[in-house]
Design a protein around this ligand. Structure first.
Ligand SMILES: [Zn+2]
Length: 466
């Protein structure tokens, strides 16, 4: 079931100061000497701190921070008691072939203004951006050069390397590979990482191993890749691959590599369980021993059905079935809270809602960012700290293509989320992951009200490297 936001409660949250002017009017011809929006009275996250101030948005969708008292304003939003922060940046989004309108709706409702598919991506980002630029988007979007897709197109490392160069020319934001799903030798990986280094794009890796016995070997390989290629190597979802069983040791390896001067980062999703396709190599022979789990521990995402040896065998042949392991399989205090205290760890969803109902995906697809904020407040990590994690760190990972986004600063693109720190949370579960996050009052994308009072608008643009 898709909850529809309660229009009246959101309007109330936005306050009595809201004027009844259609947003379209404000943007029809721009407002030369005035503001399109004034976000009044909120706690604003700017330059790493929360401070009380107003934020203006001009007719070009840029942030204005001057004295706003004299400005002509088309519409005022009362943000009293609310946090006004840069929209969250999901660097590890994954639409996984689902309905992109549903995918973008649930990202937006989770406070995300830019979702980048850097776990994978496509073989030809130029074609991707050409196609996507002709479609409406609720949020900003971008992709990596997906090595698995590149390898499917070409058989030699030389031809694959040329394709990766073309992908970077076409706007790829990263070079991305899932070594566990499609094992390749280190020399081939190194060839691609050297291209990424030359083009100052990160290599995003789903590591080679996720078992207790070998996970640290995967982390060591990532460190070696950074050392030998000179590339920035970013480890996708360290909590589920590489740092599940011995996160302290995995973080030690990353810390030591960074002390050597290597560019190493990682991300986590803030949940104590993982979910993936039953067809995945993760469920190849020996999985029960590898993870210490049994058939009955596996829950079909979207229905809650528990598996048996028989249904396991059946669904593994069927395809398209996603299963979740029990909550607590990953100790969230060690696998999520601990990495997030490091300056090199981001939050990435590794997901996205594929459909508005039914068997779908891990609740991280709809709720990663509200969950991360809630957890940071509840565990004492702190609101200011987590806002930096959700905005400044992905900006640093992506570099130039996000130069004018992800911060509340004069002249920056107005990608902004307004939320209530008392109520922000997500309610998604494995059985029912399709939930809008609570406590998100308004989201502006490129200065337009993309999510407000239950109304969703189209305001996103493509984010390209190159
Ligand atoms: Zn992965």
């Amino acid at each position: 079931m898709t909850p529809s936001p309660n229009r009246r409660s959101v309007l109330r949250a936005l306050g009595a100061g809201t004027l009844c002017l259609a947003a379209g009017t404000a943007f029809a011809g721009g407002i030369p000497a005035g503001l399109a929006w004034r976000l009044r009275g909120g706690r604003v996250f700017t330059q790493g701190r929360l401070e009380d101030r107003d934020v203006g948005i001009d007719g070009d969708g840029r942030i204005v921070l001057d004295d706003l008292t004299a400005a002509t304003v088309a519409e005022v939003v009362d943000c009293t008691g609310r946090i006004v922060a840069p929209g969250f940046i999901d660097a590890l989004a994954d639409r996984a072939g689902g309905d992109s309108r549903v995918y973008e709706e649930y990202k937006l409702a989770d406070g995300v203004t830019t979702a980048l598919e850097l776990h994978g991506g496509v073989a030809d980002p130029g074609a991707y951006h050409f196609g996507e630029s002709r479609r409406p988007h609720r949020i900003n979007h971008g992709v990596g050069a997906k090595v698995m897709a590149v390898r499917a197109l070409h058989s030699s490392v030389d031809a694959r390397s040329r394709q990766i160069e073309r992908a970077l020319d076409g706007g790829a934001l990263s070079v991305s590979h899932s070594i566990e799903y499609q094992p390749v030798g280190f020399p081939e990986l190194l060839a691609y990482a050297r291209i990424a280094a030359r083009r100052t794009r990160p290599v995003v890796l789903h590591l080679r191993y996720s078992s207790a016995a070998l996970e640290l070997e995967g982390v060591r390989e990532a460190v070696r890749l950074a050392r030998e290629s000179g590339a920035h190597v970013h480890i996708a979802h360290l909590n589920s691959t590489g740092g599940t069983f011995a996160p302290e040791a995995a973080l030690d390896l990353l810390r030591a590599g960074r002390a050597e001067g290597l560019a190493l980062t990682c991300c986590v999703y803030p949940y104590g369980f993982w979910a993936t396709y039953l067809r995945s190599r993760r469920f190849d022979y020996g999985w029960r021993e590898r993870y210490g789990l049994d058939f009955s521990d596996l829950e079909v995402v979207g229905t809650g059905e528990r598996l048996t040896a028989r249904s396991f065998a059946h669904y593994r042949q069927t395809g398209g079935v996603i299963v979740a392991v029990p909550d607590g399989t990953m100790d969230i205090r060690r696998t999520v809270d601990l990495p997030l205290r490091e300056p090199f760890c981001l939050v990435g969803s590794d997901g996205g809602m594929k459909r508005a109902s039914g068997p779908n995906t891990h609740p991280r697809g709809s709720g990663t960012f509200a969950t991360a904020v809630r957890r940071a407040i509840d565990t004492g990590l702190g609101l200011e700290y987590i806002l930096g994690v959700l905005t400044e760190r992905p900006r640093a990972l992506i570099g130039r293509p996000l130069d004018d986004r992800g911060r509340i600063a004069a002249g920056a693109r107005a990608d902004v989320v307004v939320f209530d720190p008392a109520t922000i949370r997500n309610l998604g579960t494995a059985a029912d992951p399709v939930k809008h996050s609570e406590g998100i009052d308004a989201v502006f994308v490129n200065g337009r009200p993309a999510y407000r009072a239950g109304v969703l608008e189209v305001a996103g643009v493509g984010i390209r490297g190159g």
